[in-house]
Design a protein around this ligand. Structure first.
Ligand code: SF4
Ligand code: SF4
Length: 464
């Protein structure tokens, strides 16, 4: 890719011209009724559902998935509105021993419910639409970040959000960075600078330095690393360049995760129609796709091919990795970390549900423990409870905090200085429930490999 072709936000389509898509067209491609036959009613999914555990009225994943699709086989049965109470944590998917496509069933059922049964004039619809299109809000808010942060922090704004929009006033709105990741990237010189730095690093490592290198990645930063925690994106770029990788940053929109959770499949498909061709083009140029958020990598890997028929969707799915996972597989990460130190050695780690689904739950502790003096405590396998937009809805706030209780208790017992996780919304819940500053594993990696212990936390408050 030429330097001139390096993307910026300017070329990304806006969300102004919404065109609803037909989620359930006449074709039977999205018909999951046959998948319901794989369910043998063991109820393992129900016992692993964090919402069902604390909310007696939620019928659980078995009902939302196979039972509902069986009913639809008999007649054109309405979707039960309880599907909107599923937090989309996807733990049921992981738990099912019979490979029933539970989350795909839930996502399509939610899509059908919103499309056919939810009033487009209802407050709930517009609140959910607003929450699931966070990127649009963030794009506007980050134009004047200090003013937006001030306005969003006002008591009157929080009361308005709670009373009118039914967005909980209990949580603090995440602050926008004064410089987005993409602004930093462009000012730094984009791909041209990254290519030069990576070549110099390869030379220093005694590796191939020509343009023919296979050490090239396309970074999918998602919304939160771009607008709220650019430190995470910067850490990823610097760490990958240290290992000799040239970093490309393709044009991109939201990965779609909050949209699936709210049944906004039309919005998710429109975003995917930007993301898939951009990422597929980078793959054509020899890059692998790397995400720093485990929900983004989950979406590109699993939900895209499950939900969308877009050219290149399988190439993107098959070539997407999470940031730490890729380095574990392709580099001697532990060897490289031997003898390094960090000023942030005492960490309480929470594995996001979407990291578990990708088999990534143990890796952060395993890798970071190779740094001298690091004590990384696993705070257990419970769900954090926030699940993206779920815990921001006023009606779900108490349930969200009940689900999170076990994690809060374990974090407090860990007696660490910082929390650690790969998921931005788990990070919000961890900070909200315990007061810890939260870091991303890539920030610790950058600190140990490159900074010798000078990391500042993503929340901007620095080490506690
Ligand atoms: S875990 Fe799988 S097989 Fe068991 S009840 Fe749930 S969907 Fe059916
Ligand atoms: S996705 Fe999570 S909340 Fe939804 S049914 Fe499955 S386990 Fe329960």
């Amino acid at each position: 890719m030429s330097d001139a072709a390096q993307p910026t936000d300017e070329h990304v389509p806006t969300d102004d011209d919404f065109e609803p898509i037909e989620v359930f067209p006449e074709s039977t491609e999205m018909d999951l009724r046959p998948g319901a036959d794989n369910c043998y009613k063991c109820s393992t999914c129900d016992t692993n559902c964090p919402v069902a555990e604390v909310d007696d009225e939620f019928p659980g994943p078995k009902f939302q998935g196979p039972e509902q699709w069986r009913l639809k086989r008999q007649d054109d049965h309405d979707i039960d509105d309880s599907v909107m109470k599923c937090s989309n944590c996807m733990r049921c998917d992981h738990a099912c021993p019979s490979e029933v496509p539970l989350s795909q069933m839930h996502n399509t059922a939610r899509g059908e419910y919103v499309e056919k049964q939810m009033s487009k004039r209802s407050l709930e619809y517009w609140r959910n639409r607003l929450l699931s299109n966070y990127r649009t809000m963030a794009h506007l808010g980050s134009k004047v970040p200090r003013l937006t942060n001030f306005m969003m922090g006002l008591g009157v704004t929080r009361v308005f959000n709670e009373k009118v929009l039914k967005i909980t006033s209990e949580r603090e709105f995440p602050a926008f960075a004064t410089e987005t990741f993409r602004e930093w990237w462009d000012a730094r010189g984009g791909y041209a600078t990254s290519r030069e730095r990576a070549r110099a690093a390869r030379e220093a490592r005694g590796e191939k330095t020509t343009a023919e290198t296979d050490k090239r990645i396309a970074y999918f930063h998602g919304c939160y690393s771009n607008y709220n925690t650019p430190e995470v994106g910067k850490a990823l770029v610097r760490v990958y360049e240290h290992f000799g990788y040239e970093v490309m940053v393709p044009d991109q929109r939201c990965s779609g995760t909050p949209m699936y959770a709210n049944g906004m499949l039309g919005d998710a498909e429109r975003a995917a129609k930007t993301n898939v061709p951009e990422l597929a083009a980078a793959i054509e140029e020899g890059a692998d796709v790397i995400a720093s958020c485990t929900s983004c990598s989950m979406s590109l890997r699993q939900e895209y091919p499950e939900l969308f028929d877009i050219d290149g969707v399988h190439e993107v799915s098959n070539n997407t990795w999470e940031g730490l996972e890729y380095l574990r597989v392709h580099e001697d990460l532990k060897g490289e970390l031997e003898g390094t130190t960090t000023d942030l050695p005492n960490l309480a780690y929470h594995a996001p549900c979407h990291a578990r689904n990708q088999g990534l739950d143990g890796q952060a502790i395993e890798v970071l423990s190779a740094i001298d003096g690091v004590e990384a405590h696993d705070v257990g396998d419970s769900c954090s409870g926030i699940s993206g937009t779920y815990g921001w809805k006023a009606e779900n706030y108490d349930t969200s905090m009940k689900i999170g209780e076990e994690m809060f208790e374990h974090m407090e017992a860990a007696d660490a200085t910082h929390g650690l996780t790969e998921c931005p919304t788990c990070s919000m819940q961890m900070e909200h429930g315990t007061g810890y500053d939260i870091l991303h594993p890539l920030e610790i990696l950058a600190d140990a490999l490159l900074d010798g212990g000078e990391t500042q936390s993503s929340s901007g408050t620095g080490p506690a």
